[in-house]
Design a protein. Structure first.
Length: 277
């Protein structure tokens, strides 16, 4: 065999070896991708800890719940003399801290009918994964009367599980644990109506004078500030703003009716007693 033939043969053999190597590499890549997909599928179907704490349920028990014209969840009497709005995001760690430190006190003011409390559902203002999914999940829980408990659970999960808080399996497990119709809840999440509430929330935040991020509290449409005019989320400043608004608010019809009933009770105790029997 001539040297030229041997060279050509060696060249062909090297080319065959390169093809075999490329094929082996491709098979390896496909196998690795398949393993990753299987692992992700297994993880996505694992049971998720989606505990609904009894104290979260108790916090909102007995307080009226409704929605604004935009579809934002509203807690308390819509005719309360002062309107408080929270611009917040489930993917925002500061919002979770604010929930733990401040929201219970504001809920009690809603219970006392000092305020109505509106949650404006934003997303993407923090680094926790799937804030949009969490917001939609909470709004759709609200369609079945459970926004406020579900929203409290979301913040608890964020604190506990961080970037794994809002996986689809945990969100669904939470809906099931609340006794929701899960099929209807899933349909709601995919609906355009739910998406439009989030669009409206983003628009409301962009139109709020002085809004810079979450969490932000507005009392009667004005962002709360401290004594130095700095935006504040501190409970004393929020309470001071509420009290100042209450001081100039007209008496609500419910308060007037209550006052009238008390006056009648003082004048005609016999009638009142008969009515209660």
């Amino acid at each position: 065999m001539s040297s030229r033939a041997r060279t050509r043969e060696r060249r062909e053999e090297r080319e065959k070896q390169r093809k075999r190597n490329r094929q082996l590499l491709l098979v390896g890549v496909i196998a690795a991708v398949a393993v990753i997909l299987v692992v992700l599928l297994v993880i996505s179907n694992l049971p998720a800890d989606a505990t609904i704490a009894p104290e979260t349920v108790a916090l909102y028990d007995g307080i009226p719940q409704s929605t604004t014209a935009e579809g934002f969840p509203l807690l308390g009497n819509p005719e309360a003399p002062v309107s408080v709005s929270e611009y917040s995001s489930f993917d925002c760690p500061h919002c979770a801290e604010f929930y733990e430190s401040t929201i219970p006190a504001l809920v009690e003011r809603a219970r006392a009918e000092d305020i109505s409390f509106t949650y404006v559902p934003l997303f993407g203002t923090g680094g926790i994964f799937n804030g949009e999914g969490a917001a939609k999940a909470a709004l759709c829980a609200g369609n079945q009367g459970e926004f406020w408990v579900y929203h409290g659970a979301l913040f608890h999960w964020q604190t506990q599980f961080a970037n794994q808080a809002f996986g689809a399996n945990r969100l669904e497990a939470g809906a099931a644990n609340l006794g929701l119709d899960v099929a209807a809840w899933k349909t709601c999440i995919q609906s355009d109506a739910t998406n439009q509430v989030l669009v409206a929330a983003n628009g409301a935040a962009s139109q709020l004078d002085g809004f810079t991020g979450t969490p932000t509290i507005a009392v009667n449409g004005v962002i709360v500030q401290d004594a130095n005019g700095v935006v504040s989320n501190a409970l004393p400043d929020i309470n001071a703003a509420i009290d100042a608004a209450l001081a100039v608010a007209p008496a609500s019809p419910s308060n007037s009716n209550t006052a009238g009933a008390e006056a009648t009770a003082e004048v005609t105790p016999e009638v009142t007693q008969e009515a209660s029997q």
